[in-house]
Design a protein around this ligand. Structure first.
Ligand code: F6R
Length: 352
C-alpha cells in the first residue's frame, strides 16, 4: 500500500533514505577509501558507452560525466539511437542503465553491442530482468519495487550506483571525500525531506506558462530530469537547459511567467557562471528558484531558495534532485493530476 501517503510517488520519494542505504550497504569501506562491488569482476575499460532511455538516460549522462572526470573516455547514448547507429569501438564496455531491465530500446542497444563482441554491464533495479540475464555483468541498484510511473527513488539509486561504479573503476585521490558524502547521503536526503518548502514554491508557480531548469556539469542531467518529471506528471511545459546554453537561444522564451529553477552548489567557477545566468533571466523578469547548499550568494538573486546540505560535488546533484521531485509532485497535485498513472505513459516501455 501507500503507507499513508496520497500517492506512490510521494511514498517513493520519502523512501529514498532507505533505498539509498540499501544501495550503499556493504559496498563502501570508508577507512580504506574503497568501493567493493562483489558482483563485478575488476573492470578496466579503455572506454565506456552508456545506453539508456528517459530518466535512465539522464543517469547515463551523469555517469558518463563522472567517468570523464576520472579520465575514462565515456559517452552517453539514447538507447534507440545506439541500436540503429552503433559507433565503432568493440573495445568499449557498454553499460545499459534501466530501472525495469525490460525497456525494448535498451535491450536492442545492448543486443547490438553484444553482437559486436563488446563487454556488457547492466545497471538495473530488477533481479532476473531480461537486461540482467542477457548482460555479461550486473550491478543492482537495490531500490526495491517502484510503483509510480514517474521514476524517483530509482533515479537517485542509479546516480549512487554509477558513483560506486566509477570509484571501483578509477578511484582517485578524492575517493575518501566522495565516500564520506555517500555515507551521509541517506541522512542528508532525510533532512531535505523533513524541511522542504517545495509545496510552497509549487503553489506560488502552479499557473505558470512554462518551467525552466538550469544547471551545469553534473547538475545538467538533474536539470533535464527535473523538467521531465514535471512534464510527465503535471502536463505542464517544462524544459531543462545546460545553463551556459541559455543565451544561445532559450533566453528568448524567458518571461515573468516562466519560473527558472537554478541548481547552484559550491562556490567555485561553475557556481559563479550559473549565477551569471540567473542574473540574465532575472533581468527578463523571470522568477528564480535557487536549489543551493548556500555556499554562494545565489540566494540574493532568487525569489525562493530550496536548500540542500553541503556535500561532495559528485553527490550534491542527488540532493538537489530531491527538491525537484517534490516541486514536480506538488505542482501536479495542486493541478489535480493522476500522479501515479499519467496519461499516455507506461511504467515499462516494451516496444521499440
Ligand atoms: C520517467 C520514466 C521513463 C523511464 C524510461 C526508461 O519517469 O520513468 O522515462 O525512465 O522509460 O525506463 P527504464 O529505466 O525501466 O529502462
Amino acid at each position: 500500500g501507500k503507507s499513508g501517503y496520497d500517492h506512490f510517488m510521494l511514498k517513493e520519494i520519502h523512501e529514498q533514505p532507505r533505498s539509498l542505504r540499501q544501495c550503499l550497504q556493504g559496498r563502501v569501506d570508508e577507512l580504506a577509501g574503497q568501493v567493493t562491488l562483489e558482483e563485478l569482476p575488476s573492470l578496466s575499460p579503455t572506454r565506456v558507452h552508456l545506453v539508456a532511455a528517459g530518466t535512465s538516460y539522464h543517469a547515463a549522462l551523469y555517469g558518463a560525466h563522472l567517468l570523464q572526470e576520472r579520465g575514462i573516455p565515456a559517452q552517453p547514448f539514447y538507447a534507440h539511437e545506439y541500436a540503429s547507429f552503433t559507433p565503432p569501438g568493440d573495445d568499449a564496455l557498454v553499460v545499459g542503465v534501466s530501472q525495469s531491465g525490460e525497456t525494448a530500446d535498451t535491450l536492442a542497444a545492448m543486443r547490438e553491442a553484444h553482437r559486436r563482441g563488446a563487454d556488457t554491464l547492466a545497471v538495473t533495479n530488477t533481479v532476473g530482468s531480461t537486461l540482467a540475464r542477457e548482460s555479461d555483468h550486473v550491478l543492482y541498484i537495490r531500490s526495491g519495487p517502484e510503483i509510480g510511473v514517474a521514476a524517483t527513488k530509482t533515479f537517485a539509486s542509479q546516480l549512487t550506483a554509477l558513483n560506486l561504479l566509477t570509484l571501483s573503476i578509477a578511484a582517485g585521490r578524492e575517493a575518501r571525500d566522495v565516500i564520506a558524502s555517500l555515507r551521509d547521503l541517506p541522512g542528508d536526503v532525510q533532512a531535505v525531506l523533513d524541511d522542504s518548502k517545495a509545496e510552497q514554491v509549487a503553489s506560488a508557480f502552479a499557473d505558470s506558462d512554462s518551467y525552466f531548469f538550469i544547471g551545469r556539469g553534473l547538475h545538467f542531467p538533474v536539470a533535464l530530469e527535473g523538467a521531465l518529471k514535471l512534464k510527465e506528471i503535471s502536463y505542464e511545459h517544462a524544459e531543462g537547459f545546460a545553463a551556459g546554453e541559455l543565451k544561445h537561444g532559450p533566453l528568448a522564451l524567458v518571461t515573468e511567467n516562466t519560473p527558472v529553477f537554478a541548481l547552484v552548489t559550491g562556490d567555485g567557477e561553475a557556481a559563479r557562471k550559473t549565477i551569471g545566468n540567473v542574473k540574465e533571466v532575472e533581468a527578463r523578469g523571470a522568477p528564480v528558484v535557487a536549489i543551493t547548499d548556500g555556499l554562494s550568494d545565489v540566494g540574493r538573486y532568487a525569489d525562493y531558495v530550496l536548500p540542500i546540505p553541503e556535500s561532495h560535488p559528485r553527490v550534491a546533484p542527488i540532493l538537489a534532485n530531491v527538491q525537484l521531485q517534490l516541486v514536480a509532485y506538488h505542482v501536479a497535485n495542486q493541478l489535480g493530476r493522476p500522479i501515479d498513472k499519467p496519461r499516455n505513459l507506461a511504467k515499462s516501455v516494451t516496444v521499440e
